[in-house]
Design a protein around this ligand. Structure first.
Ligand SMILES: [Cu+2]
Length: 265
């Protein structure tokens, strides 16, 4: 099962055998999607199938063919039959399915909202500004690119230094508000190396669509070697005047000119 892959590295293994999914956000949300897809399809097939069956059974010329004189005639009020057995079964079944689904989804989302924090968690502060992102590491190092080790729990503490922003990395299923004067915590685990794109999801001004950042997921040893060489002084990100945007190919110029134009107004 895919859950084993990531769980082993982050100390979540004992929790994974339960009904409620554990693992990376990608795995949890995928399982929720799968369960809803399968159950939704099943309910759809039963409902549409039963409807078609009855449409055929009670078709206009049915009583002629079957010689069934019990069929209601047009305008006749239904008298009921069977003591509501069918109604009881369908109500009970629906209630059981809906309530279990709510409980199960709630359990899964409660885990996503507040997961156990393993000891090797990498903590990064994220500061949004018009128009870019600063990633600040515990040693004070700042960068406009987020570098994290693979298969490791990453905790982000997100805030903004001007207006509302929202940082999201769709591929990692992580997205969170960046509100001035307030810190929002979220987390993710990337189980594949590579470069992902973080971007702003809150319309925050003219440079909003350029407000992206790279997320580089590195092998553990490479990350540690890289982090060992960082200090508070050698960071590339600085201040709130848009210079942090320089690190991102293609959008640095746009962010800078916009930010400077605003600053000079
Ligand atoms: Cu923004």
């Amino acid at each position: 099962m895919i859950l084993d892959h990531t769980g082993a590295g982050v100390g979540l293994a004992p929790l994974q055998n339960g009904i409620v999914p554990r693992g990376t956000r990608v795995q949890v949300f995928q399982q929720i999607f799968d369960v809803f897809l399968v159950l939704g399809t099943l309910v759809g097939v039963v409902v549409v199938g039963y409807m078609l069956y009855n449409a055929y059974k009670y078709r206009a010329d049915a009583d002629v063919k079957r010689g069934n004189e019990d069929l209601p005639t047009l305008g006749e009020l239904p008298t009921g039959s069977g003591g509501g057995g069918k109604l009881f079964v369908s109500f009970t079944l629906s209630a059981v399915i809906v309530i279990s689904l709510i409980a199960w989804t709630y359990g899964a989302l409660a885990f996503v909202e507040d997961p156990p924090t393993p000891e090797d968690t990498v903590e990064v502060e994220v500061v949004g500004f018009q128009f870019g992102w600063k990633f600040i590491y515990p040693n004070g190092y700042q960068d406009s690119t987020l570098r994290v080790p693979v298969d490791t729990n990453v905790k982000l503490s997100i805030t903004s230094e001007d207006v509302f922003h929202n940082i999201g990395v769709p591929e990692l299923r992580v997205k969170s508000d960046a509100i001035p004067g307030q810190t929002t915590d979220t987390w993710f685990i990337a189980d594949e190396r590579g470069t992902y794109m973080a971007q702003c999801y809150e319309l925050c001004g003219v440079g909003h669509s350029y407000m992206t950042a790279e997320v580089k997921v590195m092998p553990q040893d490479e990350y540690e070697a890289w982090y060992a060489n960082t200090t508070a002084e050698n960071g590339t990100a600085s201040g709130g005047n848009g210079t942090a945007g320089n690190g991102t190919a293609g959008n640095g110029t746009a962010s800078n000119s916009t930010a400077h134009a605003l600053g000079g107004a």
